[in-house]
Design a protein around this ligand. Structure first.
Ligand code: FPP
Length: 229
């Protein structure tokens, strides 16, 4: 495929509705969604995507019931280890964005060890957004900048170097599954010039074929970055 997006960011939405439609508890939808993370990670790596960023848990998701939050956290603990094995088999580097200090200590330690173990891999970079909120990221970046003692004037590039995503290119394509058409506090700084692709398919059903379809749609877009052609 020509003109593959180098960086694809995905809002994994619709696990709850997927389960409801099947008469299953919401937690069953999250289990199916977590499994699909493996499928789509491999598919993205095979397509030649260099960076894949997945919105797994937002700073706002804590508002859900204790039962649902604890199921998502257990799934994360389990699937992060599976992601590590998958990453080692496929030369994928795993990184995280978000405020990991707000997570359970054991889960935080798992994130650190998965990041360290896969740090030497040179293929696709899989970034998992965990306890991530875009506004929270910007405020944390600002506080880091102030704590560094750096004095102004601050440039866009200079400020971006304090973001969780420092060193990564901005997403070329942002996909949101399950029908909603908003960014929900996901990468507000980084998505300024990204192409958006929305699909009604719920995340557990989002297939490698649909990822290819989204990449084909991206390839046909005319990106001008505010200029003219
Ligand atoms: C959105 O569906 C999904 C979530 C908030 C949680 C997704 C997290 C996982 C599946 C774990 C991922 C695992 C790794 C390793 C990245 P929703 O509950 O908002 O669905 P709804 O809008 O239909 O209710």
């Amino acid at each position: 495929m020509e003109n593959i997006p180098a960086h694809v960011a995905i809002i994994l939405d619709g696990n709850g509705r997927w389960a409801k439609k099947r008469g299953l508890p919401r937690t069953a939808g999250h289990a199916a969604g977590a499994k699909n993370v493996e499928t789509i990670t491999i598919a993205a790596s095979n397509l030649g995507i260099r960076y894949l960023t997945l919105y797994a848990f937002s700073t706002e998701n804590w508002k859900r019931s204790v039962e649902e939050v604890s199921t998502i956290m257990s799934l994360l603990a389990k699937y992060l280890l599976r992601c590590r094995d998958l990453a080692m088999e496929n030369n994928i580097r795993v990184t995280f964005i978000g405020d990991l200090s707000g997570l359970d200590e054991k889960l935080h330690a798992t994130c650190d060890s998965v990041r360290e173990e896969t740090a030497g891999n040179t293929g696709m970079t899989l970034t998992i957004a965990l306890n991530y909120g875009g506004r929270d990221e910007i405020v944390r970046a600002l506080n880091r900048l102030l704590a560094s003692g750096e004095r102004g004037p601050v440039t866009e590039e200079g400020f971006a170097s304090y973001l969780d995503t420092a060193g990564q290119p901005y997403p070329d394509l942002m996909i949101r599954t399950s029908g909603e058409e908003r960014i929900s506090n996901f990468l507000p700084w980084q998505l300024c010039y990204s192409e958006f692709y929305f699909t009604d398919t719920a995340w557990p059903d989002f297939s490698p074929e649909e990822l290819e379809k989204a990449c084909e749609a991206y390839a046909s877009r005319d990106r001008r970055f505010g200029g003219v052609k």
